[in-house]
Write a protein that binds this ligand. Structure first.
Ligand code: SAM
Ligand code: SF4
Length: 425
């Protein structure tokens, strides 16, 4: 029998989760909770510091190439708290001097001058949840901010020297028509972001919208919105590099690219997930989701990814990239021979979902549109029990890239432009 190719250690990122929001949005199934009473700031920071210290041993000698402070609403934590946290992270881990450090921010939580302080604390990039610029729709979405506050936050970002920012936009919103979706993109572009995440609103099980769905545009209208918005973004010099992600040249999110190329990451905070490549295994770690339980817990749970599921997990990420990936990357990151996926590759290609490239493959435009169908070709015959249950419960996990949650996300329905858990913006 031929020897297995060796796993090659990939770049390492760090994801830190902040689980509280001013108010839970009715469409959102991220691991986030309406803040009741005082933010337990000190207790949470101290817990995060212990978390980082406890996990540092597993990545000794490796550099952190990017950090993502995601939520929930990390911007509920003031700059001094983020400063302290990043200092603790630097004390326990080795940072690449050029590390990208993204902070997710809700425009409703930004006081004047704050972004300059976040930048001084080490934040190099911000992802701002704009969603839409239509005031009435923002209200239907339960957002805590006005379009004007989003515009002000973007101005503040430029003034603070944080021009490298993302705007999250959703489309196919209640009552929206293609002209409305296009107006949102135009409004977003007017704020000169470096990056734009463009998600089709999906009804997530367990959310208020799933229980009482608002009137949504049909699939044809959603497809028309996507087409018109894509053309507008391209005309403005943005390139699509992932199902929902658009960037100016050179402004792709390095942190998310690391997920999508099946890189490694440490996960700290409530519900955060990690993935670490060892000599002969790929190990996933999971923290308890509920903040109080996380505060009281010790180490995250860990479990190896069975060899039979590595190809699917790789595809779940890499096939989101418009440029696809090289065969060499597949082998290095999974420890599997390219030959081992010859049959599903050929089947996907025959269905017009995948295109062979000189050194690997990429999804066709049809494959990107119907990513779930493409991914199904790579689903292992006998997924582990946990995955079977994840497939039958379409709830998506918040937190970085947890396979089980994302299996259901990736395979749930045939939405044409789904968001990806946590790896946003
Ligand atoms: C954690 S949130 C962003 C940061 C911050 N909490 C906020 O909302 O301003 C990540 C993004 O996921 C997108 N999102 C959340 N729920 C969604 C859904 N059901 N369908 C599509 N996109 C969704 C939104 O664009 C949101 O900004
Ligand atoms: S969309 Fe953002 S602000 Fe709204 S509940 Fe989810 S994480 Fe919180």
């Amino acid at each position: 029998m031929a020897a297995m190719p060796a796993l090659v250690t990939p770049p390492l990122a760090l994801y830190i989760h902040f689980p509280w929001c001013v108010r839970k949005c009715p469409y959102c199934d991220f691991n986030s909770y309406t803040l009741q009473g005082e933010l337990p700031r000190e207790a949470y920071l101290a817990r995060l510091e212990r978390d980082l210290a406890a996990q540092a041993g597993a990545v000794r000698g490796r550099e952190i190439v990017s950090v993502f402070l995601g939520g929930g609403t990390p911007s509920l934590f003031p700059p001094a708290a983020i400063d302290r946290l990043l200092a603790a992270a630097r004390a326990h881990l080795v940072f690449d001097p050029d590390a990208e450090v993204t902070l997710e921010a809700n425009p409703g939580t930004i006081e004047r001058g704050r972004f300059a302080e976040y930048r001084a604390a080490g934040v190099t990039r911000v992802s701002l949840g704009a969603q839409t610029f239509d005031a009435a729709t923002l209200a239907v979405l339960g957002r805590i901010h006005s379009p004007e506050e989003t515009r002000r936050a973007a101005e503040e970002l430029h003034a603070a020297g944080l021009a490298n920012f993302n705007l999250d936009l959703m489309y196919a919103l209640p009552g929206q028509d293609p002209a409305g979706a296009l107006r949102d993109v135009a409004e977003a572009l007017a704020l000169a972001p470096a990056h734009l995440s463009h998600y089709q609103l999906t009804l997530e099980p367990g959310t208020v919208f799933a229980a009482r769905p608002p009137p949504l545009p049909d699939e044809d209208a959603a497809a028309a919105m996507l087409g018109a918005c894509a053309a507008r973004l391209e005309a403005a010099g943005f390139g699509q590099y992932e199902v929902s992600a658009w960037a100016r040249p050179g402004a792709q999110c390095r942190h998310n690219l690391n997920y999508w190329t099946f890189g490694d990451y440490l996960g700290a905070g409530a519900g955060a997930h990690g993935k670490l490549t060892q000599a002969t295994a790929i190990v996933r770690t999971t923290h308890l989701r509920e903040p109080r339980r996380y505060l009281a817990a010790q180490a995250p749970e860990s479990r190896p990814v069975p060899e039979s599921e590595r190809a699917f997990e790789f595809m779940l990420n890499a096939l989101r990239l418009t440029a696809g990936f090289e065969a060499r990357l597949f082998t290095e990151r999974t420890g599997l021979a390219w030959e081992s996926i010859r049959a599903p590759l050929a089947a996907a290609e025959a269905r017009g979902l995948l295109v062979g490239t000189p050194s690997g493959c990429r999804p066709s435009s049809l494959g990107l549109q119907f990513l779930n169908d493409l991914l199904l070709e790579f689903l292992p015959e006998m997924p582990e029990k946990s995955y079977v249950s994840a497939l039958s419960t379409p709830t998506r996990s918040g937190g970085a890239g947890h396979a089980a949650g994302r299996y259901s996300q990736a395979l749930n329905g045939s939405s044409k432009n789904e968001r990806i858990t946590r790896e946003t913006g």
